[in-house]
Write a protein that binds this ligand. Sequence first.
Ligand SMILES: Nc1ncnc2c1ncn2[C@@H]1O[C@H](COP(=O)(O)OP(=O)(O)OP(=O)(O)O)[C@@H](O)[C@H]1O
Length: 306
Amino acid sequence: MTAVVETEGLTKFYGKRRGLEDLDLVIRPGEVFGYLGPNGSGKTTTIRLLLDVIRPTRGRVTVLGTDPRDASVRSRIGYLPGELVLEGREKASDYLAFLGAVRGGVPVGRIEGLAERLEADLSVPMGRLSKGNKQKVGLIQAFMHEPEFLILDEPTSGLDPLVQQEFLSMVREVRVSGRTVLMSSHVLAEAEHVSDRVGIVRGGRLVAVEDISALREKAVRRVEFHFDAPVPREAFENLPGVRELRVEGAAVSCTIDGRPDALIKAAARFTVVHMVSAEPDLEEIFLTYYSEEEARHARAGVEKSA
Ligand SMILES: Nc1ncnc2c1ncn2[C@@H]1O[C@H](COP(=O)(O)OP(=O)(O)OP(=O)(O)O)[C@@H](O)[C@H]1O
């Protein structure tokens, strides 16, 4: 199957300043790819290169099997820019209807449906839209023509948590329909729940590409069991992946690294009355790729969006 994005040694320098260097990346059809990195790491530069908004200093790139300079590929892409400029007195609904017509006809009902899901007010002149509503209009125009490939630059910025959830459902639906999504973010928490894979950029370089499900399997999680009667410590000792084991009467707690299968089978020999398993903390794994200062910013971002 043709890759949706394929780059080889893709590089962009702004004068002497490095925007992106030697990017080798493949995005496969039907996947949601999270593109993560701190501010200024090269995410927007990558996206602009894919869309031929800027041209590479060197290297090669194809999008949907085509050179991005071929204008015909644009109609197959939905794009949400990071800094959306929407101005003027035209109502958002008229603007979207116009864009829909330019893109070969988008049913009005589809635009209204997306607006309802995102709780967007389209009756307001564009220049008077709030930041959140601008972002919603940006999302609607990216999704409305049901493109094969969605490129979303920081899509959740300015959205409140409930609308963020609705947006993530929209992304999942795109994946279910076999289409492809690239979304950038500076925090993992936004991308983690919908991405199949994530790439991490730092200082203009791709430093890691990880499979989310493999990462989840690798991540350490804390588990607690409560039984109906005290249990012997020996029953839980030396199980694969089990560490920091504490057995106190009828309660057992530990961390588990990898699959919890052996631990669950050990526990199942007794009567379990309650069990707690914390979500693995992927954020901590990712932050090891960041510098201390970047990690502090990313943590602050998570706290803000929580
Ligand atoms: N037009 C430009 N002229 C000069 N330098 C630029 C330009 N655009 C980006 N850069 C530089 O290229 C580097 C990568 O920037 P880019 O905007 O791609 O990062 P980003 O990861 O998208 O960050 P952010 O989340 O802040 O948008 C940064 O050092 C930035 O200052």
